[in-house]
Design a protein. Structure first.
Length: 232
């Protein structure tokens, strides 16, 4: 399969995601402007590249997906949440969350894919009301969280971090439970991890994921900071 070179002049243009190679790489180049990022996510495509590399755009097959209705929460974590060890907040420290995610050492990765360019791009997307953070606070200190992009009835999870036991798990479960209340249809987890599998995420063929995404995007986007009443 060829790797497509994106046009600098038309951020809305992407090749069909079905043309990605076996590794999931679809295209190279372009930029991380809000217009291009939103066009990518709406087509089931996301950027993922390392410092010093060109921008790479991915659409893996299979896709790892969690539906809010199938969320599984273990007994121990439920007890932690019931004790109220963490206060969960939304969109109060987006830049800090993505910065902490970039500092996490992950197995099999040399360095971080959350470059300064990526950080700046998602902060801008947050300021436009499409990227969001979910945060776990303890005694006034940020202890864990996650961030991602919201379009229609879909949430595209990007990364999470924890500085204390179960902090990111509490943020994740709390967010998925809120998504269920809001009528969200899917949480895109991108690629399979054992951690997210424990919560009920499953591998879907790309065709199934794209069909579900198309349906989810028919719903209005909850644009704006989630600390306030979101626009519908």
């Amino acid at each position: 399969m060829p790797i497509y070179l994106l046009s600098d002049e038309h951020p809305e243009l992407f090749p069909p995601p079905e043309r990605a190679d076996k590794s999931g790489v679809l295209a190279v180049g372009g930029d991380l402007s809000p217009e291009r990022l939103l066009a990518a996510y709406s087509r089931g495509i996301f950027p993922w590249f390392s410092e010093g590399d060109p921008i790479l755009w991915h659409s893996p097959d299979p896709r790892f997906v969690l539906t809010p209705d199938t969320l599984h929460v273990g007994r121990s974590l439920r007890k932690t949440m019931a004790r109220g060890e963490y206060e969960v907040r939304y969109d109060t420290a987006f830049a800090r969350v993505i910065t902490e995610c970039g500092r996490v050492t992950r197995p099999g990765q040399n360095g971080t894919w959350i470059t300064d360019e990526m950080l700046g791009a998602y902060v801008e997307l947050h300021e436009r009301g499409f990227a969001h953070s979910v945060e776990a606070w303890q005694n006034g200190e940020l202890k864990g969280g996650l961030y991602g992009v919201s379009l229609g009835a879909a949430f595209f999870g990007e990364s999470m971090f924890a500085l204390a036991p179960d902090a990111s798990k509490v943020a994740f479960v709390s967010s998925v439970e809120r998504f269920k209340e809001w009528g969200f249809q899917l949480v895109d987890c991108q690629v399979e991890t054992e951690h997210l599998a424990r919560f009920g995420a499953e591998s879907w063929p790309r065709k199934r994921f794209l069909a579900a995404l198309h349906k989810a995007l028919r719903e209005p986007t909850r644009q704006g900071k989630w600390t306030e009443a979101p626009k519908q």
